[in-house]
Design a protein around this ligand. Structure first.
Ligand code: F0G
Length: 401
């Protein structure tokens, strides 16, 4: 069941493969794979422009062959919230937050999983697997449940936020807690899927999953009336999302639906910033961080497998990268909540912290139109939220602070 207008391509050596190939990296050089499609074949019907944003509105850009296999929980169509009060605090003219916490399992991962799990059904697999800092596992567990597939997840023991763990368990995944960090868990699940070919890997190394995440770029442009912002700020963990969003904007620009590509800005935590270091030093390769550490457990990753894609997204768009401290992240998380009513988990708040820093350093100008992607919901990590918030007053009398 080949498809000529869709194929896999190695980002390193350019080798092309059939779209129905089931390997995760280039069989020639080991490089990362990307799905490519013949963009000039895409025809958009006029009713398309009146439809509300949703991942499957952009079906024409998705590498799915059999529509009857689509597994959906109504993902995408998240709000793009204009944030004037926060813009003032940060120091930019026009600021928006793309609130990905509004997805079915509370993070952007659902956009990737609707496509990834659909591909799993197309391939006829019965078991899917991933390693995760928590959001990928929650999302995969939900979509696997919806599709009737068995789900195995490897989590770094003691370092997954409570909300994410609760979701993963209740959606019925088989959870293995690994002694080690996310990078160790990913290496283990990759080995497992190499040895047991019947288990399908749905980490972002899988080239199909990030295709669904391109829809963040599609939706931002769609919600701005088919205009693109000057900058899009994204937290980087395993580094697929920044690439996927860039690719979304690239495809819109290629078919002439929008003009230009926003400068992509990648943010990491100070204790886990291999890509920021590579970008700042002008290097093409990054040095993994052995013991990543940050309050933002979602992006507590030292050896991001999609690092080469993130470096490309930043370079190709003339963007930049910055690191922020845990203190800056916590401050930004409170500002988002208290000035705009947006509850985001720490990794998401890193975008506002990073933006603030880059405006202060004058890398980002005050007259720019900026979109920050708030990747996950505040309730994903309730323990962190309660820890950093002011204590409640214990009193028998009513006193106002
Ligand atoms: N923000 C949140 C809330 C995340 O959960 C993640 C990644 C990222 C940002 C970074 O995205 O990996 O594409 O660069 N979480 C993964 C997980 C690693 O297992 O849930 P990325």
């Amino acid at each position: 069941m080949g498809c000529l207008s869709l194929w896999l391509e190695c980002i390193e050596c350019g080798e092309k493969f059939d779209i129905n190939s089931r390997f995760y990296t280039c069989s020639k050089c080991g490089g990362l794979l990307e799905v490519e499609l013949e963009l000039n074949k895409i025809k958009l019907k006029s009713k398309w422009f009146s439809q509300q944003p949703r991942v499957w509105k952009y079906r024409a850009f998705m590498p799915v062959i059999d529509d009857s296999k689509i597994v959906s929980l109504g993902e995408g169509g998240t709000p793009l919230v204009r944030c004037d009060r926060l813009a003032k605090e940060v120091g930019v003219r026009e600021l928006y937050i793309k609130f990905e916490g509004a997805n079915p399992t509370g993070s952007f991962k659902d956009r990737g999983m609707t496509v990834g799990v659909t591909k799993a059904l197309e391939f006829g697999v019965k078991t899917v697997a991933c390693a995760s800092t928590g959001n990928t596992s929650a999302s995969l567990a939900a979509y696997a449940a919806k599709a009737g597939l068995r789900c195995v997840v490897l989590l770094p023991k003691g370092n997954v936020a409570l909300g994410k763990l609760a979701q993963t368990l209740v959606y019925g995944a088989q959870v293995l807690a690994i002694k080690g960090n996310f990078d160790d868990a990913l290496a283990m699940v990759r080995k497992l899927c190499e040895e047991k070919k019947e288990i399908y890997l749905l980490n972002s190394l899988n080239p199909f999953r990030p295709q669904g995440q391109k829809s963040i770029g599609f939706e931002i442009a769609d919600q701005l009336g088919w205009e693109v912002p000057d900058r899009v700020v994204v937290p980087m963990g395993n580094c697929a999302n920044i690439w996927a969003i860039y690719k979304g904007f690239f495809e819109l620009d290629s078919i002439g639906l929008t003009k230009g590509i926003p400068k992509m800005v990648g943010i990491q935590a100070e204790g886990a910033k291999p890509i920021v270091d590579a970008i700042k030093r002008g290097l093409d390769k990054f040095e993994p961080v052995k013991k990543p550490e940050t309050i933002a457990t979602a992006i507590r990753i030292g050896n991001p497998v999609n690092g080469p894609k993130a470096i490309r997204a930043i370079r190709f768009s003339d963007g930049t990268a910055e690191a922020v401290s845990d203190r800056e992240i916590i401050k930004a998380q409170k500002s988002m909540a208290r000035l705009e009513g947006i509850g985001a988990e720490p990794a998401s708040a890193s975008t506002i912290a990073g933006l603030k820093k880059l405006v202060r350093e004058k890398t980002i100008k005050q007259d720019e139109r900026v979109v920050c992607v708030a990747t996950g919901h505040l309730l994903k990590d309730p323990e962190e939220a309660v820890k950093v918030a002011e204590r409640s007053l214990v009193s028998s009398k009513v006193k106002i602070r």
